[in-house]
Ligand binder design. Structure first.
Ligand code: COA
Length: 159
């Protein structure tokens, strides 16, 4: 599998990936386009040797109380490519990108019904907070908030 930053040429493939992975919550084309061109967001794609996009992760940065915080906005892998470590690698790459941008904390929302995603993130060091976002998703499902603190990036800067 190959991993690299997505660009505008990937717009339609990412839109299709979203539809395949999130039947009721897929991001629309306009939002994906904004995420691809905005300097505060980026999408990392996983592709097969034939350059088919089979997974992606979307990250956003923003200031909260003068502190830069990263957010995992979306993460998905096509069904037939799951349980092969693709999502773990995407999260690792996003965390590295956040680190380089001096991000110290990452947050994300996950459906309270999505036990697979929750277990997946817990395995990578994310912790469930007490925060619940009622009716966060279009189908009325609540989301829980998970966070992870990143190590200081001083080592990355000097290597
Ligand atoms: C959650 C998701 C991104 C995981 O992708 P993936 O590429 O299969 O994840 P990985 O192969 O890196 O899995 C790493 C670990 O997560 C856990 N995990 C992943 N899928 C799991 C499953 N179906 N059941 C139980 N544990 C699972 C396991 O501990 C796994 O490690 P292992 O393979 O050594 O047992 C994928 O299932 C997906 O796209 N789901 C639909 C979209 C979604 O729910 N996104 C997250 C919310 S935004």
């Amino acid at each position: 599998m190959n991993y690299c930053k997505a660009n505008l040429l990937d717009l339609l493939a990412i839109e299709q990936l979203e539809k395949d992975c999130f039947p009721t919550e897929a991001f629309n084309r306009r939002l994906i386009k904004n995420l691809l061109i905005n300097t505060k967001s980026f999408i990392i794609k996983a592709t097969t040797p034939a350059e088919k996009i089979i997974g992606d992760i979307i990250g956003i940065t923003r200031k909260e109380n003068n502190v830069s915080v990263g957010r995992i906005f979306s993460l998905c892998v096509l069904g037939e490519y799951r349980k092969k470590g693709v999502a773990s690698r995407l999260v690792q790459l996003l965390e590295e990108s956040f680190c380089l941008r001096d991000i110290k904390k990452i947050r994300l929302e996950v459906s309270t019904l999505n036990n697979i995603a929750r277990a997946f993130y817990e395995r990578l060091g994310y912790q469930v907070t007490s925060g619940i976002l009622p009716h966060f998703y279009h189908d009325g499902t609540d989301a829980c908030v998970m966070i992870k603190s990143l190590p200081q990036n001083s080592l990355l800067r000097h290597t």
